[in-house]
Design a protein around this ligand. Structure first.
Ligand code: NAD
Length: 296
């Protein structure tokens, strides 16, 4: 069993750390929010007063933070973590961040003799709680083999997609497709509803037809269609609109870096920006349907 430092106990990190504890690992945690730390302690984690204390004596360091600036600040900022991590420890960042930032932090880690993976996840808060996440990994194959027992305590599928930063590129590709599909699913349901169709029946039909997707079957944007979807609880929980907006911004940056065209990805980014401006930045991203169906 490993001694794991877990930093960032939000919607995703909290349940991921809980699954490591369930698998028998010793977990030292840190988050800026005291309540998140207390919850992890109630599940058996050891609380650290700061991030540097959390990584003391750890074999594995995992971070699950909101965005690039948080990850860069944690590892490379003033009083950054890298010098505090024991030689030979494995560092895994599971946050969704810019591929260039992932590469920069991994390079600095390598200069200190630390192997690092970018391992963003897919599967949402439900997947984090159930331990069924998909890990999308960039880094050395042998580093991934060392990480595999830890990742399998939190997830079901592990994809090695390339070298450092590749995990982030693949994750952005997935989320760009998701962002577009969610927005157009909302439009389709709104169009049907405007013609007097029942969005539930329309969704059931689409779920077994060619318009099927995660957005119709698992996270349907129309309230009342799926009991457990964020839409049926006022769009609370789930994957925040502003996190989707961040990911689409990262996809746009990544596209510009290589001259790729992403017309629908850019359009979707603007829709999620408008949804944020309308005051729904903290709600689940499926609330984007409200732009075309305010009455939904
Ligand atoms: P969140 O905002 O709920 O959690 C982030 C946590 O990090 C917070 O508890 C915050 O206090 C903590 N934090 C920030 N800076 C810190 C620091 N310097 N030291 C310690 N703690 C710090 O976000 P989340 O929903 O858990 O998402 C985390 C990452 O996972 C994001 O990059 C997101 O894009 C990605 N992601 C989220 C989902 C989802 O469904 N929520 C799904 C897949 C991927």
């Amino acid at each position: 069993m490993s001694r794991v430092a877990f930093i960032g106990l939000g919607h995703m990190g909290g349940p991921m750390a809980a699954n490591l504890l369930k698998a028998g690992h010793a977990v030292q945690v840190f988050d800026l929010v005291a309540a998140a730390v207390e919850q992890a302690v109630a599940q058996g984690a050891h609380a650290a007063a700061h991030a540097a204390e959390a990584v003391e004596g750890a074999d594995v360091v995992i971070s699950m933070l909101p965005a690039s600036r948080h990850v860069e600040g944690l590892y490379l900022g003033e009083g950054g973590l890298l010098p505090h991590i024991a030689a030979g420890a494995l560092v895994i960042d599971c946050s969704t961040i810019a591929p260039a930032t992932a590469q920069k932090v991994a390079k600095a880690a390598a200069q200190r003799g630390l192997a690092m993976l970018d391992a963003p996840v897919s599967g949402g808060t439900a997947g984090a709680a159930a331990g069924t996440l998909t890990f999308i990994v960039g880094g050395e194959a042998e580093t991934l083999e060392r990480a595999r027992p830890i990742l399998s305590a939190m997830g079901k599928n592990v994809f090695h997609v390339g070298g450092s930063g590749a995990g982030q590129v693949a994750k952005l590709c997935n989320n760009m497709a998701l962002g577009v599909i969610m927005a157009v699913t909302g439009e389709a349901l709104a169009l049907g509803a405007a013609h007097g169709l029942d969005p539930k029946v329309l969704s059931q039909m689409m779920a077994v037809s060619t318009g099927r997707s995660w957005a119709t079957e698992i996270c349907n944007p129309w309230p009342g269609v799926l009991e457990n979807a964020p839409a049926s609880r006022g769009y609370s929980g789930g994957f925040g609109n502003d996190l989707m907006l961040k990911d689409l911004g990262l996809a746009a940056e990544a596209a510009m870096g290589v001259g790729a065209s992403i017309p629908l990805g850019e359009l979707a980014r603007n829709l999620y920006a408008l949804n944020s401006k309308a005051g729904r930045g903290g709600l689940d991203f499926s609330s984007v349907v409200k732009l075309v169906a305010p009455e939904s």
